[in-house]
Design a protein around this ligand. Structure first.
Ligand SMILES: Cc1cc2nc3c(=O)[nH]c(=O)nc-3n(C[C@H](O)[C@H](O)[C@H](O)COP(=O)(O)OP(=O)(O)OC[C@H]3O[C@@H](n4cnc5c(N)ncnc54)[C@H](O)[C@@H]3O)c2cc1C
Length: 381
């Protein structure tokens, strides 16, 4: 189905990002998968070419255009090439809005130029060893000491955890205030007491550094409080829809890529004297998957339009996130089946897609939590 989302300037942007991936990522990504982390140099090159901070005002070194379609293009092309180690999506789609909407002028001047140049890689740390879905269970604690905060606690599963230079940490600051007792503190590389733990060994996203972080009596200056004290959860709630849509965009792109590679495969592969694509089962399975892929694409494109108009609701973003990612897993499993034994071999892209996709229904809020959000809005009880 023809997409009506993009204008000619987006097509040019896509073209140049593809070129960037071909020149600066393609040849190295496999090595980064072995290393469990990407080379920081790729961030600097991305910054130089304008692929970091497209929404950041030009005065801070950004692109000056707040248009999520540019973010979607980066995501789509990264997924299409299976360059799953690049943490640009987290940086641009998840962290940028926190810095743009919550940072004061002094903080913007301190952080945004490096954010856009690629010298300052970012992360956000909500999840802890003991709590993920239930963020009210966060135990990381910051206690005020004069103008500073003394931070203690540990986080896990943090994307860009090793490479990050600043981490937005969700911490409890006012334990007697329940949900209004959490704040966002920006912890910077090199602050005494801030340590990185293991770069975690995942089943997919092999080149992405997903790490444990720990904070022992870290003295965080008061000027690193992001947003308003006690409003941490409100700030998270405002930003999670964009993060969830970003994951849905990944899902739509992965579905298209896997469908394409499978259609090609069943045309070429023969069994019982004819291409396996000539079997009615193959036709029916792929017909269903092509239909679902189109439906996911149309839905996510509409959500992008709504996000750009600042009209995408928390519930709609949750719908996009759970549904697209569950459809993605279903599609990839069925496409892998159509590859037979070759689908199980890591050298085949469908196998890599299978491993990379599995986390999609988990991070950014699980499918079950998305359904809770939607279900609550229906006021059933
Ligand atoms: C590769 C990767 C990258 C990540 N990146 C980041 C990051 O950058 N920053 C960050 O903060 N976190 C990150 N996460 C963490 C991720 O967001 C959490 O793993 C996720 O939110 C689930 O939390 P959990 O792992 O604690 O699972 P749990 O909350 O323990 O859930 C376990 C199971 O119980 C179910 N469950 C829990 N509560 C309910 C309920 N009320 N009703 C029904 N079912 C329920 C869940 O759906 C799930 O199936 C990442 C995780 C991974 C794997």
């Amino acid at each position: 189905m023809e997409r009506t989302l993009f204008e000619p300037e987006h097509d040019l942007f896509r073209e140049s990002f593809r070129k960037f991936l071909d020149q600066h990522v393609a040849a190295q990504h496999e090595q980064w998968e072995h290393d469990g982390i990407v080379d920081r140099a790729v961030w600097l090159e991305a910054g130089k070419q304008g692929f970091l901070g497209m929404a950041v005002p030009e005065e801070y070194g950004g692109g000056g255009v707040k248009d999520f379609r540019y973010n979607a293009i980066l995501t789509e092309e990264t997924v299409r090439g299976q360059y799953s180690g690049l943490g640009f999506t987290l940086h641009n789609d998840v962290i940028a809005p926190y810095l743009l909407d919550l940072a004061n002028e002094e903080q913007k001047q301190r952080w945004l130029p490096g954010f856009c140049s690629g010298e300052m890689i970012t992360a956000i740390a909500m999840t802890e060893p003991g709590t993920g879905s239930d963020l009210q269970g966060i135990k990381t604690r910051a206690v005020q000491d004069g103008d500073d905060w003394i931070l203690n606690g540990s986080k896990t599963f943090i994307t860009n955890g090793i490479n990050s230079d600043i981490v937005i940490v969700v911490a409890q600051t006012d334990p007697d205030k329940g949900a209004m007792g959490f704040s966002l503190l920006v912890v910077e590389r090199g602050m005494p007491g801030f340590e990185r733990g293991r770069n975690l060994d995942k089943i997919g996203l092999k080149a992405q550094d997903t790490a444990e972080l720990s904070f022992t009596d870290v003295r965080v200056p008061g000027k690193n409080l992001l947003g308003t004290r006690g409003m941490g959860f409100v700030h998270l709630m405002q930003n999670l829809p964009q993060e969830r849509l970003s994951i849905a965009v990944m899902a739509a792109a992965a579905m298209e890529a896997c469908l394409d590679m499978t259609v090609q495969y069943v045309r070429d592969r023969k069994a019982f004297g004819k291409p396996i694509g000539a079997q009615q089962n193959t036709r029916f399975v792929l017909a269903e998957l092509a239909t679902k892929t189109t439906a996911v694409r149309v839905f996510t494109d509409r959500c992008i339009e709504l996000l750009n108009q600042e009209k995408l609701t928390v519930e709609e973003a949750a719908m996009a996130k759970w549904w697209s990612t569950e459809e993605e897993l279903d599609l990839i499993t069925k496409c892998l089946q159509l590859h037979g034994g070759y689908g199980y071999m890591r050298e085949f892209p469908i196998a890599k897609a299978y491993m990379d996709a599995r986390v999609q229904t988990i991070y950014g809020g699980t499918t079950e939590i998305m359904k809770e959000i939607i279900g609550r809005s229906l006021k059933l009880a």
